[in-house]
Write a protein that binds this ligand. Sequence first.
Ligand code: IPD
Ligand code: CA
Ligand code: CA
Length: 271
Amino acid sequence: MDYDFIQHQIEKLACMAGRMILNADRTALSDVKVDTKTGRRDLVTSMDLEIQQMLIKELLELVPSSRFLCEEDVPSMSDVVITDADEVDQGVCFIIDPIDGTANFVHGNRHSCTSIAMTVSGETQIGVIYDPYHDELFSARKGYGCTLNGEPLPVFDSSMRNEITVFGTAPYNDRVNEPTFELALRLYEASADVRRTGSAALDCCWTACGRFALYAELSLSAWDFAAGKLIAEETGCIVTDLSGNPLSFKGKPSILCGRPTAVSEFKNIDL
Ligand code: IPD
Ligand code: CA
Ligand code: CA
């Protein structure tokens, strides 16, 4: 498999998705249809569906035997879509979040992205995330580092003491509300300040490029972190669940993504 070529094509598709997001944002956000899924905070728009369909179609042409683990339901493509994350272990799979930060997109908050990971036999080999609002393309290949708009990102370590940290609110799981805000308080106390951005994929990317020293959230899905995990790891971050276990595509694990020193400082916090 020509990984360089595939990575480049995935980058182009992520940028194409970004143009669709920008176009909707600038010209016709009110035409975008918004529905709820599992609850009032869990939104899906017609743009999520359009982008996901476009990506599946184009990626299938790129790697014809591949399958897809995606956030949204697209019944017309059910023959290539997998719903059981166990199946990621076989062959080539693309793990896609067409819009990560859908609530931001709906409310015009302009902090969203498209996230695409390519796994081979269960291992993420390529991770690409494009943020159209900042025109920032993060792209990583396992073992070959990560770039931001084509420039290699450095591998480095950092404490969180004088750096910003970020947390996610796990908005589709009300059972973790209290521990989530306990976590936010502890991060605030241990670091320079804390943020909540509304895009898990960009939280990983912004940690990868040093804007945050550490990112934590109590419940995510595979499409939220698959590409971002590789992007962060390729810049020297450690990415596990909050107990330090390897992240699984199955279920809804927590995430801890940060510089090695920041991660050890986090582990000393009494949560
Ligand atoms: C959500 C965002 C958010 C995170 C949630 C995710 P979506 O993804 O990444 O930051 O807190 O856990 O589900 O729904 O916007 O694709
Ligand atoms: Ca998401
Ligand atoms: Ca999404």
